[in-house]
Design a protein around this ligand. Structure first.
Ligand SMILES: [Zn+2]
Length: 308
């Protein structure tokens, strides 16, 4: 394995340069008024760079909780335990009994976003939960805590204050109609708008789904749907489908988004972020993320949820 890694070094460095060129080119084209053909070529280059990066990543480790195989660099620390690294699906798992450390997790996600084009798409959904839960003042507490405080780039990028600009990788093929016209990825704000435009009844579907689950009518003035977290629920539905597809599924995946977030762990992360979503709102956040994500996945054609 060591020899493989040494040999892979120059290849990965070259791939990284191609990646940076592709992303810069894509952003340039997206901002410019150049023709449709030019933007399409830019998007194709970025999609290829992403696919090449994923193919080049060496799968040499596994998630501590679910044991899914991943490259070591793609597993991150969600608690104070330095040796425990997990995949995006297991960040909020109650089996992780050590104290949550969301500031460090945010830092590690940010490093991956900046440096690794093969980043598992699901990390964006986790980033969205942390950023939306912490609220618009996210950057200030992040800036003051380790490891941001002693980083060479101490100021957290704007995506932590405005998670709508987080980059979402979309499934590379067989797209739902909602994403027609989007490139290989788009901002969370653009993806959420596309999903809502294609399926304007998602909040109603969420309420119906929860009524069926709880066996009672959905309260009129309910906080059960935590609006601040709704884009994060969309991010979970989309990025988990992308992750499954990119890991060599030959057709659109069915996604089960239940039980991937658990209450105690979610509450611990919120408490450390000094989120408004503490105490009884944690359970509302949990319901919004799990049922919301499943309702969105089902609307987009990926769900397995018969009750929706
Ligand atoms: Zn896992």
């Amino acid at each position: 394995m060591k020899a493989r890694r040494e040999n892979a070094g120059p290849r990965l460095a070259a791939a990284l340069k191609r990646i940076i060129r592709a992303i810069r080119g894509h952003y340039r084209h997206a901002r410019s008024n150049r023709g449709h053909g030019s933007r399409k070529r830019s998007a194709a280059r970025l999609a290829k760079a992403r696919a090449d990066a994923i193919a080049a990543a060496i799968v040499d480790s596994e998630c501590t909780i679910c044991c899914e195989p991943y490259p070591t660099a793609h597993l991150l620390r969600t608690t104070t335990a330095n040796e425990v690294t997990v995949c995006p699906a297991c960040v909020f798992d109650d089996n992780l009994w050590m104290e949550a450390f969301p500031q460090r997790l945010a830092y590690e996600i940010d490093r991956l976003i900046q440096k690794d084009l093969a980043i598992p798409a699901g990390w964006t959904a986790v980033a969205a939960v942390l950023a939306y839960a912490a609220g618009p003042t996210t950057c200030a507490p992040l800036e003051r805590t380790e490891p941001w405080a002693h980083s060479l780039e101490p100021a957290p990028p704007a995506r932590w204050a405005d998670p709508g600009i987080l980059w979402i990788w979309l499934p590379p093929a067989n797209r739902p109609a909602a994403f027609t016209g989007l490139g290989p990825g788009a901002s969370l704000r653009a993806v959420a708008a596309a999903v809502e435009a294609a399926h304007p009844d998602l909040h109603d579907r969420f309420r119906s789904r929860l009524e069926a689950e709880l066996g009672t009518p959905f309260p009129q003035d309910s906080d059960l749907l935590v609006k601040e977290l709704w884009p994060a629920a969309i991010a979970y539905a989309v990025t988990f489908a992308t992750d499954k597809f990119e890991r060599r599924w030959s057709r659109l995946p069915a996604v089960n988004l239940f039980d991937f977030i658990q209450e105690r762990s979610l509450a611990d992360h919120f408490a450390h972020l000094r989120s408004m979503l503490t105490a009884d709102r944690t359970i509302h956040a949990l319901l919004t993320l799990e049922f919301g994500a499943q309702v969105v996945a089902t609307a987009l054609g990926w769900g397995t949820d018969e009750a929706t």
